[in-house]
Write a new protein. Structure first.
Lengths: 447, 574
């Protein structure tokens, strides 16, 4: 191991003009003593945020831990998360408020979970992951990555009430986006800026130069649309600029082998298989700092091969088995869904960075639309967080807040990442009350 | 470099037209002094405070538009190589949704990828002679003159109006910078064309307005914006050369000229593309080809049936409404249609293949007999299958679709916390009717089901993909029902009731109007809508005639006055 690498070597390299040479190899020697920061620059490893949205709830009576506070024990349905128990929080008792508005089942509640409000006019949003990406996702190749484990483009990540960030249904396609020709290995010894990127950045000014004139005269109703357009253009420009700079070395970044996916679909074997691939790819993406924000979507249209009788249909149509007191098929689906999530957490946890893991500098928020999908219940909604984002959130706690709006969790998470908001949500979902029990010791600005 | 050059020019313009893209953009190419507004200016207010003229909506190109435009301009062999953001349906139409959306970060990345893909193909060696009207002095250097020739020509078509001088300078400068940096003329040209394809002027349908002559205080769309509105409405794509010329030489600004162009466009084969696009949007046909059904229950259903199902109904509509100039109401009863072998197997009818031997056309004209329970588009797979669950039919979904799609009525969403156990118990309640009766015993559900189910139950003899059946779970199906007081015994009765229901024709006018305008009418436009409904009736409900009427109405091209700030900045209109 080359122990001569130091801060000066890297700094000299990064100022050395077009071709930057950095010594090899880039292993744990690049981390500081406790493995939380890059030794070379003293910068902390970036914190990451993930939103796992899993429709169709959990089984009533089977997920809430008996004990409130620290040192709780997982209930039956969440037993398989035991390896993460100390690093996760469970929130129970909270609800979605419709305030007399129609209940578009599986839809209104998603909107509250992700945007704090029901879309009445199409003018709300963005979703909380986008707001967090605005804070932590600006300097990566991808502001955020959205995937669907069930082969669809469905996504609940929105830039605004009308503008969805669609999901990538195929692991192979995600692999190409991440590690295709435009990928630049942050640990590569040599760095030569791509003349094509330079030319593209120059040419893009044809559009960016118009921004001022256009925004000056844009009408009220189109202002937000044009603002969004130019923000998106600015992101392209910013990404081109990033591509022209020598990236920060990432100690554990590796280019994985191309994935061998099953056809993206709702068939359960494919969901499980591709879910695992997505987990690995996202772990690599975070480890290589290609993105710091991701969304994983599942709408619960999973099914067994050869039938279109879906999990969602089962929640409505399956009778409650009087023997066990629950819908057996639905329980089976929920168990698989939890396994897919646990597998995902394991992938993040498998990337070791000094004494900790990638999961430790990440916070994954798990949300759902109903507690009991069978009745579309909107009370006692299960919510979980896993990982503390490098101390932004305290973990290992079961928080019970009966009757409170679910938006309290969303607000807490956003504030943890430094989103400058004091309140979140509208009408009865509006809250200023963060969940102090889980607020971490650091805020994002000190990381 | 580009920045400096163009900024200077922006402010040196002396005579200005502002093209709004919801925006004002200084333009000096047209040489006419015009006062224009942002498209999102406040609607003009009448004395009682009601909006008289609605806003001029700036729409983003739909995925279909984008594909059609690229094919029209560069030929069908050019691949897009990307995908689109999901569309967003508002008030029943994507076309209205397209007036509400911006471009997300992911969407922009995709536009960027497609633009570079398309531009690379267009400027590739293979197309040099065909697409690029000149040869550069050197392929490894910039050539401003050649770049200008190509970019002004292609820009005029892509932007649906001539480039302003500023724009010309910008895009040529961009091509030059690219060529110099990459030492490749065509690479520079490609980058500049790519920028054009990601510009707001291309991705959004601009609206520029000017004072209406001889009508103080009134505003209208400028001729190029008119041309665009016309062509996307009637052809589902951009204006052709003749239409652009009609805009350029002022023909479109006269009523006779406008009518001449509309007649020409209606006579073109591309008119059918426009009609198909409208009905695809209104009837949600975009969802048909990707329908998923339970293959255990419906072994006849596959992706071929799904794709053909959409095409069948579109062909039926085009034949009846365009070729035969038939009565719109007859779409609910028409027995003449077109089938493929795959569809015939679902409909369980014999289809004699009488096309010439070896003909690739798999479509056959077919007429359901007068005593067949099938007839009208409500008995097509594109309706029956689309508004069913994957594994069973749904009188509620079908009734809801009838109300919302065919009648433009709104059915309330179901309440929360409903127990569906009764509605799903097929062991005790053998037919959908019995299950729904049991379910509706819950008072909070009964109200809405009353407005959907009696219509949907009439179609219960067609299963979840539209195959005819007499029984469900061994019990005879009862198809009696009623729609707003008109009672019937079966699907034939329902067809007749829908055919005669005043909401059907009224809804078509509302949707077509909104489709053309990109929004629902404001109060001040209701008299126009009501006049359109009158003439639609007088014409015998001929849809192309209604489209002609809308396209030639001066109201379609009216706009509210520009924002006050612009008036102040630019001075009063002359």
């Amino acid at each position: 191991m080359n122990t001569k690498l130091n801060r000066r070597t890297v700094l000299r390299g990064s100022m050395g003009g077009a071709v930057i040479t950095v010594g090899l190899p880039l292993l744990d020697c690049f981390l500081n003593g406790n493995g939380t920061a890059l030794a070379a620059t003293g910068k902390a490893l970036p914190t990451c945020f993930g939103h796992w949205y899993q429709s169709l709830g959990l089984n009533p009576g089977m997920w809430i831990p008996e004990k409130i506070g620290a040192n709780y024990e997982n209930n039956v349905q969440l037993k398989l998360f035991d390896p993460f128990r100390e690093r996760m929080n469970i929130f129970s008792g909270m609800k979605y408020f419709l305030d007399g508005r129609p209940h578009e089942t599986h839809t209104s509640t998603v909107q509250i979970a992700t945007m704090g409000a029901v879309i009445d006019s199409g003018e709300i949003g963005p979703s909380l992951d986008s707001k967090i990406a605005d804070v932590i996702g600006k300097d990566t190749r991808f502001r955020s990555l959205e995937v669907s484990v069930e082969g669809s483009r469905k996504s609940w990540s929105r830039r605004s009430g009308t503008s969805v960030n669609p999901s990538e249904p195929s692991p192979v396609a995600l692999y190409k986006r991440l590690f295709g020709p435009e990928f630049r290995d942050p640990n590569a010894a040599e760095f030569t800026p791509d003349p094509m990127l330079m030319a593209r950045r120059s040419v893009l000014s044809v559009i960016t130069d118009q921004r001022h004139d256009i925004m000056r005269q844009v009408g009220a109703a189109d202002r937000a649309r044009m603002e969004e357009y130019f923000t998106s253009i600015r992101e392209i420009e910013h990404r081109l600029e990033l591509g022209l700079q020598k990236p920060e070395p990432m100690p554990t970044c590796q280019v994985p082998a191309p994935p061998e996916e099953l056809e993206p679909s709702t068939v359960i074997d494919n969901v499980v298989h591709n879910g695992k691939l997505f987990a690995q790819l996202l772990a690599y993406a975070l480890a290589c700092d290609q993105t710091r924000v991701f969304n994983v979507a599942s709408s619960g249209s999973w099914r067994e091969a050869g039938t279109t009788y879906t999990w969602h249909t089962a929640t409505h149509e399956e009778a409650i088995d009087q023997g066990v007191g629950r819908q057996k098929k639905v329980f089976w689906y929920l168990t698989i869904a939890n396994k897919v999530f646990a597998e995902f957490l394991r992938a993040l946890d498998g990337v070791r960075e000094g004494p900790g893991t990638l999961l430790d500098r990440t916070l994954v928020l798990w949300q759902t639309d109903h507690e009991d999908a069978r009745t579309h219940s909107i009370e006692n909604i299960p919510i979980m967080t896993v990982g503390g984002a490098g101390g932004l959130m305290t973990t290992g706690i079961h928080v019970s807040a009966p009757g409170d709006p679910c938006t309290r969790v969303g607000l807490t998470v956003q504030q943890a990442f430094g989103v400058p908001i004091r309140t979140w949500g509208d009408r009865s979902n509006e809250t200023t009350r963060t969940i102090t029990e889980v607020m971490g010791s650091q805020d994002a600005s000190s990381v | 470099m580009v920045r400096n050059l163009t900024t200077k020019l922006m402010y040196s313009a002396t005579s200005l037209i502002i093209v709004a893209l919801g925006i004002g953009l200084a333009m000096i190419a047209l040489g006419v002094r015009t006062q224009v507004a942002s498209a999102e200016v406040n609607s003009k207010e009448t004395s009682d405070g009601a909006a008289e003229v609605g806003r001029a909506v700036v729409r983003r190109l739909t995925p279909d538009h984008y594909g059609n435009v690229i094919a029209d301009v560069f030929g069908p062999s050019i691949r897009l190589g990307g995908r689109f953001e999901p569309e967003f349906r508002v008030d029943g139409l994507y076309e209205i949704g397209s007036g509400r959306v911006g471009v997300s970060s992911d969407g922009m990345m995709q536009y960027d990828i497609m633009a570079r893909n398309i531009a690379e193909q267009v400027t590739s060696e293979k197309y040099h002679g065909e697409m690029i009207p000149c040869t550069p002095q050197s392929v490894s250097r910039s050539d401003g003159d050649c770049a200008r020739q190509f970019l002004t020509g292609v820009g005029r078509v892509l932007f649906r109006r001539p480039l302003t001088e500023t724009e010309q300078i910008r895009y040529v400068a961009a091509a030059n910078v690219g060529a110099q940096q990459l030492q490749d003329f065509y690479a520079g040209l490609s980058l500049s064309l790519g920028a054009m394809l990601t510009s707001p002027q291309f991705l959004f349908r601009q609206v520029a307005i000017e004072p209406a002559p001889n009508q103080p205080g009134e505003y209208r769309l400028v001729a190029y914006s008119k041309a665009s509105r016309l062509s996307f409405f009637l052809w589902n794509s951009l204006p052709d050369e003749v239409l652009l010329r009609a805009a350029e030489d002022g023909e479109l600004n006269t009523q006779e000229g406008l009518e001449r162009q509309v007649s020409r466009m209606k006579a073109s084969p591309r008119f059918k593309d426009g009609v198909r696009a409208f009905f695809t949007d209104m009837f949600h046909f975009d969802a048909v080809p990707t329908l998923a059904k339970d293959l255990v229950l419906y072994p006849k259903f596959d992706s071929i049936v799904a794709a053909d199902a959409k095409e069948q109904t579109l062909k039926t509509l085009i034949q009846l409404l365009v070729d035969q100039r038939g009565d719109y109401r007859d779409i609910f009863t028409v027995r003449k249609t077109f089938l493929t072998q795959a569809l015939a197997s679902v409909y369980e009818v014999p289809l004699v293949n009488d096309v010439p031997n070896g003909s690739p056309d798999t479509w056959q004209p077919f007429e359901f007999s007068s005593d067949d329970s099938r007839g009208g588009i409500l008995t097509h797979i594109s309706f029956l299958g689309l508004h069913s669950h994957p594994g069973r039919s749904s009188p509620t979904l079908r009734g809801k679709a009838l109300r919302e799609i065919m009648f433009c009525q709104k059915v309330p969403a179901p309440p929360g916390d409903v127990d569906f156990t009764l509605a799903n118990d097929t062991t005790v309640y053998k037919t959908a009717r019995k299950r729904l009766v049991a379910h509706s015993s819950e008072p909070m559900c009964a109200g809405c089901h009353k407005i959907t189910d009696p219509m949907g139950l009439a179609l219960e003899k067609f299963d979840g993909i539209g195959v005819y059946r007499e029984t469900e779970n061994g019990v005879q199906i009862d198809t009696s029902g009623q729609v707003d007081g008109m009672a019937f015994e079966d699907a034939a009765g329902l067809r007749k009731a829908v055919h005669d229901h005043p909401a059907a024709t009224s809804c078509l006018v509302d949707r077509l109007f909104s489709y053309a305008l990109g929004r629902t009418p404001v109060k001040g436009e209701l008299s126009w809508v009501s006049r359109l409904k009158g003439t639609f009736k007088e014409s015998g409900y001929v849809v192309p005639e209604l489209m002609r009427k809308i396209a030639t109405s001066p109201e379609l091209y009216r706009a509210p006055p520009p924002k006050n700030e612009i008036m102040k900045t630019m001075g009063p209109a002359t």
